[in-house]
Structures are given as structure tokens and as C-alpha cells.
Design a protein around this ligand. Structure first.
Ligand code: 6GU
Length: 224
């Protein structure tokens, strides 16, 4: 998968995109991430990428020109399946969307900032709009990283078997069951006997039961 991320805050991506699973997937050649600084596409002498909203009101709006210039340049070299704009009024990200997008080859993620982007970007350049939840972030960058992480870990070969994405919460509309590790008895707080029994089928049954109970209790909405 190739991810092209367009942002006016490229520095924000340096840490999170260079750690752990994402880092390993890049090393393995399964993913490439390209961060593009929107300012590099500004023709303004001060590298301005935003302007006042027509009609007035507080907050600056990202202009269409540098965004169009950047996307056009990217499209010269690559065919993109989706151009995704991260915005709090987008479709809410869920595991089904992550599964679906993880199968794509080339994606552009566009991060908005300030008061968002000129509406014409959304109408003419963007093919999909995604929110990561019902709360407002200062910009789309953190949301883009959340989205990228959720996709990358689903790409075949990124996770090893032990951390298989198939056993994650939400993958089958169930929360994941509880997990334990050594010691089996800590201060009298014991691990369920079944898990140390060596009975694979029974362990599996217990896990399914726990996952279902947990979901009923904490997220009954998932069972509907
Ligand atoms: Cl994608 N962007 C911003 N700015 N805030 C958000 C969001 C996105 N998703 C939830 N809140």
C-alpha cells in the first residue's frame, strides 16, 4: 500500500509513523508513506495556504489552489483508488471501513486544518470523507494517523500470527476476550483454571463466551 498524506504540519507525522508496527511494515516493503507539505505547493511568496472565509466569520480556510496542485502532481505518477479528506463531519470510521480500505493499493489522505478546506475541494477533488469520532480535533493530522494505523495493521504480512488482526475487538462485531499472562497466581488473584488446562477447544469456547458477555455488558449496540 502506498499512502500519500497531504498536511501543513508534516512534523507531526515523524514520531507515530516511525514506530512499532507501522515502522516494521515499511521495513518489510508492505507499506510506503509519503508526507507532503502543503506549503511546498503554495505560489504565494509567504507560502500561505489559507485565507479568510468569504462572507466573514472567524477562522481561516485552506485554499483550493495548493491542494489541487499537490493532488494533480501526485496523480501524474499514481492512480489513486480514494482521495480521503479527514473531517469531523465525515463518515465515522469503523472496522468494516478499515478492512475495506486496507485492500486498496494507493490512497491520498488530506488533512484539513483551522476551519477546514474550501468546499470546492470536497466537491471536486475528494472521493471520501472520514471522521474518527464525535469530537473535534485541532486538525486532521491525528485522525489521519489513526486511520493509517488501522489500515496498515490489516495488510497481510504486517502482523505476525500471535497478534493476528482476526482476534481483535470489533473484527467480528465482538469485543476481544480478557487475556492473562504469568504469574498464574499473583497475590491470590488467579488466572481462570480453564486457561491453564491445556484444553484447546474449551479455551476457545471460554473465549467466545467471554467475548459475547463483555460485548453484551459494555457495547450492546454492537450486537444489533
Ligand atoms: Cl477527521 N478531523 C478533526 N479535525 N476532528 C475530528 C476528526 C477529524 N474526527 C474526529 N474529530
Amino acid at each position: 500500500m502506498r499512502l500519500d498524506i497531504i498536511t501543513c504540519l508534516p512534523e507531526l507525522f515523524e514520531g507515530p509513523m516511525n514506530q512499532s508496527i507501522v515502522k516494521r511494515s515499511i521495513k518489510k516493503g508492505l507499506v510506503s508513506i509519503h508526507i507532503h507539505n502543503l506549503r511546498d505547493y503554495s505560489t504565494d511568496k509567504h507560502k500561505k495556504v489559507d485565507d479568510y472565509a468569504f462572507g466573514g466569520g472567524a477562522g481561516m480556510v485552506l485554499s483550493i489552489e495548493p491542494i489541487d496542485a499537490c493532488i494533480s502532481k501526485l496523480k501524474e505518477g499514481t492512480d489513486y483508488e480514494e482521495i480521503i479528506y479527514l473531517t469531523p463531519d465525515g463518515d465515522k470510521l469503523d472496522q468494516a471501513t478499515a478492512n475495506n480500505l486496507s485492500l486498496k493499493r494507493n490512497l491520498i489522505l488530506l488533512c484539513g486544518h483551522y476551519k477546514g478546506v474550501d468546499q470546492r475541494v470536497r466537491e471536486h477533488l475528494v472521493t471520501k470523507e472520514i471522521s474518527i469520532g464525535d469530537y473535534v480535533l485541532s486538525g486532521g493530522e491525528l485522525a489521519a494517523m489513526v486511520l493509517a494505523d488501522s489500515l496498515i495493521r490489516l495488510i497481510p504480512g504486517v502482523l505476525n500470527d500471535e497478534s493476528s488482526a482476526l482476534s481483535d475487538s470489533f473484527q467480528d462485531n465482538l469485543l476481544a476476550p480478557p487475556v492473562f499472562t504469568r504469574p498464574a497466581n499473583y497475590k491470590g488473584w488467579k488466572v481462570p483454571d480453564i486457561l491453564i488446562s491445556g484444553h484447546e477447544a474449551k479455551v476457545e469456547e471460554w473465549r467466545n463466551e467471554q467475548a459475547l458477555n463483555r460485548t453484551k455488558k459494555k457495547r450492546p449496540d454492537l450486537l444489533k
